[in-house]
Design a binder for this molecule. Structure first.
Ligand SMILES: N[C@@H](CCC(=O)N[C@@H](CS)C(=O)NCC(=O)O)C(=O)O
Length: 321
């Protein structure tokens, strides 16, 4: 079987596919689709996935498939040598995995991916940050995490449903939660440095947000989830860490937004000329600027008492409060 896997390692479902293939020694060719460069929007990629999203696969040059859950089920079923625990032959255990996977997309992913979008990455995709929506996203995320703990993480077992080895559901859900790594206090600090005047504002206020990250604040109460992430990492390493390197590299880049905006300006313009995607790249850049303007506007509104601040932020100054 000739397998091509179209992914961007910054994408959580993409990482799940790559880790799965590597752990199970599946022979595959990884084709990078750079979301930040808009490569998922090209006509060539839309031939593979008309939805314009990663991940997607092509088997033997003709069978095309998108949606990470469907891809993992296909690979676990079609590739020889995949251990049973990933996608058990037993119909009852299989059904339990399907149930969690279906739940994932309309709950955990809805909360987590949209929280990251609305607090951090939306401008890179040509959309403004949305702090109001982020407050709602966080509620969905926290409620999903508490459901995972209450329903599926047993004291007796390391993985979902008390299994001693991971399934494709463990991998999908943990990769989703790993995206929270992008939310860091260092990032918030550096965004503040972009808004230099906010730094001055900080000098007149206590700065209790130092050392607290969105990730730590959100995951802090969920001890079983934290242990499960570690167990899933350990069960799939060294591949888990290797594939997540891109996420950590992106996090470092996000900590230097001025640099990343400058790079985006330079490389985005160059790439858009090359790929005739001028419209996409200029849209991303203008949204970056727009989101900073939005921040300034909401900051002014807050000063005038027109905007309410989410309770959990306390008095901490934040770039999007
Ligand atoms: N339900 C899909 C989600 C795919 C998805 O949303 N991929 C994102 C990256 S994580 C993407 O390609 N986004 C590009 C866009 O929406 O423009 C799956 O599990 O494969």
């Amino acid at each position: 079987m000739e397998l091509k896997v179209y992914v961007d390692r910054l994408s959580q479902p993409s990482r799940a596919i790559v880790i799965f293939c590597k752990v199970n020694k599946i022979d595959f060719e990884e084709v990078g689709i750079d979301l930040l460069k808009g490569q998922h929007l090209t006509p060539e990629f839309k031939e593979i996935n008309p939805m314009g999203k990663v991940p997607a696969i092509v088997v033997d040059g003709k069978f095309k498939l998108f949606e990470s859950h469907a891809i993992l089920i296909f690979l676990a079923s079609a590739c020889p040598g995949v251990a049973d625990h990933w996608y058990p032959a037993d119909p009852y255990r299989r059904a339990e995995i399907h149930s969690i996977l279906d739940w994932h997309h309309s709950n955990l992913r809805r909360g987590s991916a949209e929280f990251i979008q609305n607090t951090l990455v939306a401008p890179f995709f040509g959309r403004p940050l949305n702090p109001q929506a982020a407050v709602e996203n966080e509620k969905v995320l926290s409620s999903s995490l508490s459901k995972i703990e209450a329903l599926w993480l047993k004291e007796s077992g390391q993985f979902l449903h008390g299994s001693s080895q991971p399934s494709i559901a463990d991998l999908c859900l943990v990769c989703e939660i790993m995206q929270l790594e992008l939310s860091s206090s260092e990032h918030q600090l550096d965004v503040l440095s972009v808004h230099a005047f906010t730094l001055i504002f900080c000098l007149f206020r206590s700065i209790p947000f130092l050392g607290e990250t969105d990730r730590n604040r959100i995951l802090g109460p969920f001890k079983k989830i934290q242990r499960w992430i570690e167990d899933t990492k350990n069960a799939t390493n060294p591949y888990f860490d290797e594939v997540h390197q891109s996420l950590f590299a992106a996090k470092a880049k996000l900590q230097m937004p001025m640099l990343s905006i400058a790079l985006k300006l330079f490389w985005g313009a160059r790439d858009s000329r090359r790929q005739n995607l001028r419209h996409e790249s200029s849209r991303g850049l203008s949204a970056n600027i727009t989101s900073h303007l939005f921040w300034w506007k909401s900051h002014r509104q807050k000063q005038k008492g027109e905007a309410s601040r989410p309770k959990y932020l306390g008095n901490a100054p934040r770039c999007w409060s």
